[in-house]
Each structure stands twice: as structure tokens, then as C-alpha cells.
Design a protein around this ligand. Structure first.
Ligand code: ADP
Ligand code: ZN
Length: 363
């Protein structure tokens, strides 16, 4: 089993990330380790609940742990006030109190929503992340960011609330559709670009065919790849919990990516948008930070070979630029941009000209 320790300052805030195939069948052991005698509520979306919800609750009950399942509709729209307040009411009706424990069983949507719920319910109760999508395993479940959306934008209300434990079982990915796998793969590749050349080599070598195999037969390699991406996120987050400079390198590909997502009315998935954003950032890195053209091509080839898009479909350039103008990190006609000095080494570039992006969109 792989074990990654996230060490944060303060009491009760450090936690373990455990990674192994089949770990979901030992959830009971690990829950009782972080929380003796817990009363547990497992939160899932409708599909994940159907696939894994009752099994999880039965496992806990067999161990004598009181457990119930709370289900919300699938999709981003569940990160909302109405769904949140319904969950709060259900918890109260069912007798939850400050000693209760929440388990987020699902993708990033469930992790964000459950984490937020845990952070505000009775001024905060503990929660555990059990991510079931690749995106949540390598990204959303780690770092303690929680949020819901508002009509005015995504993730506008949220908290920092660290989980007590993150339990990653790669076998959840067996049922995950190919498009959702690719969505997470973009963040895995990002981890390699910013910090891990070996991971990039694994992905473009033996890892190339791994994801196309529905059965994900090469479990050793699968765990190695996920573990490396997790370790990078965990390390960066531990160094910089609340988005100071260091944590910004995780935004590689995200400045353009977020703008594309937004301009498409969120029809483009996050991972696809980030892939295009990374392709752009590779080009900008050649111009601004000395990445060699050969490395930029190699990076783009890796994205392409994993089935990720490099160029946006026809989106209105004005809308993409409009979305960029709203970027929190913008100053006048410049943007803070994460670029690469070489593959595996990110740098923060404080003054990337907006014109470079509009030229890229035009190209
Ligand atoms: P993400 O993790 O990409 O942020 P979601 O939480 O919305 O996003 O999950 C994406 C979709 O995948 C949801 O419709 C969810 O029901 C589904 N899903 C999550 N985990 C699994 C799984 N292990 N197998 C099949 N479908 C899953
Ligand atoms: Zn992302």
C-alpha cells in the first residue's frame, strides 16, 4: 500500500492519503482509526450510490458501525444552496451531531459539497474523502478546498477544511467512462509537466495503452501513476495550504483552461479545457521561459496520444478574452501565468501579455 502523509501546521490537521486496489473493502478499519465509534453518513451522487453506496454502508454496518447513505443528483448542479440545505436538514432529522463523521464517496462534485457541508455543520465535523473519479483522486480530494457554486460563478462560496483521511482505491476507475478517465488524466499529465519528468515518461511509454484497457489490467503501473500525481499535489499543498505563490504552480494550464470552460458555457469538460490550456502554455513557454520547441512538441504529443484536445473548437474569441479579463490574477493587460522552464519544472511568470493569448486563439 502507498501511504502519503500530508503534514499541516496546527492540531488534528495532518492526515494520511492511502492508495491501494481493493481498499474500499477495508474502509471500516480506517474509519475507526481516525474516529473511534463513529456514526457515519456516506454522501454520494445517484450513480455512485447505485454502484457502490449500499455496499459501503453494508460493510460499515457489518462492523457494527452505524451508517446511512445520503444521495444527491448527479452533476455540478448539486453544488448548490438548495442541495446543501436539504443535506443539513436530513442530517438533523437523522440525529447527526458534532461526533458524526461524513464520508464523501464520489467525484469532485461530491468531495467539494461534502467537505463544505462538514465544514459548516455544527461549526464543523470531521470528514473522509473516498474519491471515485480519477480527477478527484489526483486533484479534488487533496488539499482541503471545499465549495458550492452560485449563479454568478463556480466555487464562489467555500472553505478550507481538511479531510481526516483520503482513501484511494483505483478499482473504482473500472466503472468510470472513458471521457471521465481522460478528464482526470489531464490533471495527471499536469502533475508531470510541473514537477515529475519520470511520470511523463511513464505516461508516454508503458502508460500509453493503460487507460484504453477497460479492465485496467496493469494495476501496478496504475497505482504508480496515480501515486505520483497524488504525491505532487500533496507536497505542494503542504508547503502552501492557502494559495500563496507555491500552490499557484498547480494552476498550470488553468488560466486559459478556465476561460475556455466558461466561454463554452461549461460544455467543455474541465480536463479537456485544461489540456488545451496546457497546450497553449507549452507554446508560451517556448517564447517566454526557454522551453525548447522539441519539448513543447513532446508535451503536446503526450496530450494528443491520450485522446485530449489541443485546440479549442470554434468559440467566440471575444468571450474567451472576456472570461480571461475576469481572471483574479490579472493586472491591466498582463496575466500571471504558470509556464515551464523545461518538462518537469514550472515557473511563475508574472507578466504574460494578454495579446499572446489572443494571438493563440486566432492562430
Ligand atoms: P469530477 O470528479 O470529474 O469533478 P463528478 O463528481 O461530477 O466530477 O463525477 C463525474 C461523473 O462520474 C458523475 O456523473 C458521477 O456520477 C460519475 N462517477 C463518479 N465515479 C464513478 C465511478 N467510479 N464509476 C462510474 N461513474 C462514476
Ligand atoms: Zn484542475
Amino acid at each position: 500500500m502507498k501511504e502519503i502523509f500530508v503534514q499541516l501546521p496546527g492540531q488534528d490537521r495532518s492526515y494520511r492519503i492511502l492508495l491501494e486496489a481493493g481498499l474500499r473493502f477495508r474502509l471500516d478499519d480506517y474509519l475507526t482509526q481516525v474516529c473511534p465509534n463513529p456514526r457515519v453518513w456516506v454522501v454520494s451522487d445517484a450513480l455512485v450510490a447505485r454502484l457502490y453506496g449500499s455496499g459501503t454502508v453494508a460493510l460499515l454496518k457489518n462492523r457494527g458501525i452505524q451508517a446511512s447513505l445520503l444521495t444527491v443528483p448527479r452533476g455540478e448542479k448539486s453544488k448548490s444552496w438548495p442541495v446543501l440545505s436539504r443535506l443539513v436538514c436530513q442530517l438533523l432529522e437523522q440525529g447527526a451531531d458534532r461526533q458524526s463523521l461524513l464520508v464523501a464517496l464520489g467525484g469532485g462534485v461530491i468531495g467539494d459539497l461534502t467537505g463544505f457541508l462538514a465544514s459548516i455543520f455544527m461549526r464543523g465535523i470531521p470528514f473522509v474523502q473516498v474519491p471515485t473519479t480519477l480527477l478527484a483522486m489526483v486533484d479534488a480530494a487533496i488539499g482541503g478546498k471545499t465549495a458550492i457554486n452560485l449563479p454568478a460563478g463556480k466555487n464562489l462560496i467555500g472553505t478550507f477544511h481538511q479531510p481526516r483521511l483520503v482513501l484511494i482505491d483505483p478499482e473504482f476507475l473500472l466503472t468510470l467512462p472513458a471521457r471521465e478517465r481522460r478528464n482526470g488524466l489531464a490533471e495527471v499529465i499536469k502533475a508531470g509537466f510541473i514537477h515529475d519528468l519520470d511520470l511523463l515518461e511513464m505516461l508516454s511509454g508503458p502508460g500509453q495503452t493503460l487507460w484504453r484497457d477497460r479492465q485496467l489490467r496493469n494495476r501496478g503501473l496504475l497505482a504508480e501513476i496515480i501515486g505520483r500525481a497524488v504525491a505532487i499535489k500533496a507536497r505542494v499543498v503542504a508547503e502552501d495550504e492557502k494559495e500563496g505563490d507555491r500552490r499557484r504552480i498547480l494552476n498550470f494550464g488553468h488560466t486559459v483552461g478556465h476561460a475556455l470552460e466558461k466561454a463554452s458555457g461549461f460544455k467543455i469538460k474541465h480536463g479537456e479545457a485544461v489540456a488545451m490550456g496546457m497546450a497553449a502554455a507549452l507554446d508560451f513557454s517556448v517564447e517566454l521561459t526557454g522551453l525548447s520547441p522539441a519539448e513543447a512538441s513532446q508535451g503536446k504529443e503526450l496530450l494528443r496520444s491520450q485522446g485530449l484536445p489541443l485546440r479549442p473548437p470554434s468559440l467566440s474569441r471575444e468571450e474567451v478574452l472576456g472570461a480571461l479579463q475576469m481572471d483574479k490574477k490579472r493586472q491591466a493587460d498582463h496575466l500571471v501565468f504558470i509556464l515551464l522552464r523545461r518538462l518537469g519544472e514550472a515557473v511563475i511568470y508574472p507578466k504574460a501579455p494578454l495579446t499572446m493569448i489572443s494571438d493563440w486563439l486566432r492562430a
